[in-house]
Design a binder for this molecule. Structure first.
Ligand SMILES: [Zn+2]
Length: 75
């Protein structure tokens, strides 16, 4: 899981000189602050990124196999 989500598509907010917002949910970057949960719930970027996060969490259970050597193979 990424600590900060800053690779979302952004667009300039016309009314503000140096302000940007998420292209999908139109929430300003100053409010999102690099956090996925600060995007709107319907935001395409948030939905896309949460899918990957869930996939990463859903790992297969790790299984170990012990190959026991046959020690009683003596003539
Ligand atoms: Zn967004």
């Amino acid at each position: 899981m990424k600590p900060f989500y800053i690779d979302y598509p952004q667009e300039k907010i016309d009314e503000h000189q140096h302000a940007y917002r998420c292209l999908h949910c139109k929430i300003p970057t100053t409010i999102i602050f690099g956090l996925l949960e600060n995007h709107a719930e319907h935001c395409d970027y948030r939905i896309h990124e949460s899918k990957w996060t869930q996939l990463a969490v859903k790992r297969r259970p790790y299984k170990t196999h012990f190959d026991e050597p046959h020690v009683d193979e003596v003539d």
